[in-house]
Design a binder for this molecule. Structure first.
Ligand code: PLP
Length: 406
């Protein structure tokens, strides 16, 4: 296998050649949304310029091409994740995917007093939908705690899996701590106890090989815009038996076999769960993103990002007064940090003046902020297209800001 020239790959991403405030853009916010390669931008452009039509409706040539492109993208995405295309429902992202599980799977099933177990490190997208349906069906929410290093306390998690727990919501990779959770082991333990597992794969799929079939979960949600794809794309995989048993979430066109005022019969999954006109061009772009990631290889991407993470961790650890939040053994390439004497937002604003984009805030993870007793952190999140030179720029600028504010 020939080594990948990662520096050269930067040229695939038009935005990376931008300047911000007169400085070269240093984009360290890929966990928020990734940048898009020209192949993805061109696929969306080509769809609208040459093939635009609605899917699954028209018999004309463009209609056929649009349907083929849309379903072709589903097939490539399914192969990428090692699942059957028919078990992969395309959604607008993780948020819609988890709401679909909550409303179609959990709400009709949960009885008063039954429990949904969530971990401390969930994104609000894997908390709030559960709270909304718990209120409606009388279920309760229980929290599985983490260690100060930011790892799941597995002994506590096993103990928390009591008989009234029916659903476990767990993130594959934390968007704040970077922690990679042992999902296969967690799903095995949950399954032994009859608990359905809902895995949030938003931060995993873009950064490491993900074989959903090997994880043993019941549901796996992911979002397209963090994996080089367009915004408003993503998906939900579920075991076939769940899809067959679940009522639709949204009703409308595309998801039916026959509509009569007396009774409507539904299409087969996945179409049963894809009411209305989908984000066709976006899904086509997501298909191009999958092709791009597959050509590089997810194992190579993971190795590249791990070496950037090691470099960034070492360099940031040497900055006086800088505290890294999230020190798990297994981490994805993102680093949350605080700098003594500097508010996260002020630091992010001053970094932006040097062209460096990091995220500051609560990262849609209030319960984690409460655990660490901080209102916000700064987060530098890496992708394979970042470089050690960019990390150096981050470290030097933080040091400058620290001295300026100190
Ligand atoms: N879950 C995690 C771990 C995330 O990082 C995000 C996005 O920040 C989401 C869920 C929500 O994804 P989306 O807004 O694309 O639905």
């Amino acid at each position: 296998m020939t080594a990948i020239d990662w520096q050269a790959r930067r040229a695939d991403f038009p935005v990376l050649s931008r300047r911000v405030h007169g400085k070269p853009l240093v984009y360290l916010d890929s966990a928020n949304t990734s940048q898009k390669p020209a192949a993805v931008i061109e696929a969306v452009d080509d769809f609208y310029r040459r093939h635009n039509a609605n899917v699954s409706r028209a018999v004309h040539t463009l209609g056929g091409e649009a349907t083929e492109s849309y379903e072709g993208a589903r097939k490539r995405l399914a192969a990428f994740l090692n699942v059957r295309p028919d078990d992969l429902v395309l959604t607008s992202g993780t948020t819609q995917a988890i709401n679909l599980v909550a409303y179609s799977f959990a709400l009709p099933r949960l009885r008063p007093g039954e429990t949904i177990l969530l971990t401390r490190m969930e994104h609000h997208a894997n908390i709030v939908p559960w709270q909304l349906i718990a209120e409606r069906c009388g279920a309760t929410i229980k929290v599985a705690e983490i260690t100060p290093a930011g790892e799941l306390d597995l002994d506590a998690l096993w103990k928390a899996m009591t008989p009234e727990v029916k659903i476990l919501g767990v993130t594959h990779v934390s968007n704040v701590l970077g922690t990679v959770n042992p999902i296969a082991e967690i799903c095995r333990e949950a399954r032994r106890r009859g608990i359905a597992t809902v895995v949030d794969g938003s931060q995993a799929v873009p950064h490491r090989p993900v074989d959903i079939a090997a994880l043993g979960c019941d549901f796996y949600a992911f979002t397209g815009h963090k994996m080089l794809g367009p915004t408003g794309t993503g998906g939900l995989w579920a075991r076939r038996e769940h899809w067959l048993a679940m009522p639709p979430f949204l009703g409308g066109g595309e998801m039916i076999k026959e509509v009569r005022f007396e009774k409507t019969t539904f299409n087969d999954p996945p179409h049963k769960f894809e009411a209305g006109t989908p984000n066709i061009a976006g899904v086509v772009g997501l298909g191009a993103a999958v092709d791009y990631l597959s050509a590089l290889g997810m194992a190579a991407i993971e190795a590249r990002e791990q070496s950037l993470l090691a470099y960034a961790t070492e360099r940031l650890s040497m900055v006086p007064g800088l505290r890294i939040i999230g020190q798990a053994q297994q981490k994805a390439a993102l680093i949350s940090f605080l700098v003594e004497g500097a508010h996260a937002h002020d630091l992010a604003t001053l970094l932006d003046l040097e062209g460096i984009a990091v995220r500051s805030g609560h990262h849609c993870a209030h319960p984690l902020m409460q655990f660490y007793g901080v209102p916000a952190t700064c987060r530098a999140s890496l992708a394979f297209y970042n470089t050690t030179t960019e990390i150096d720029a981050l470290v030097t600028t933080i040091d400058k800001v620290r001295k300026m504010l100190g």
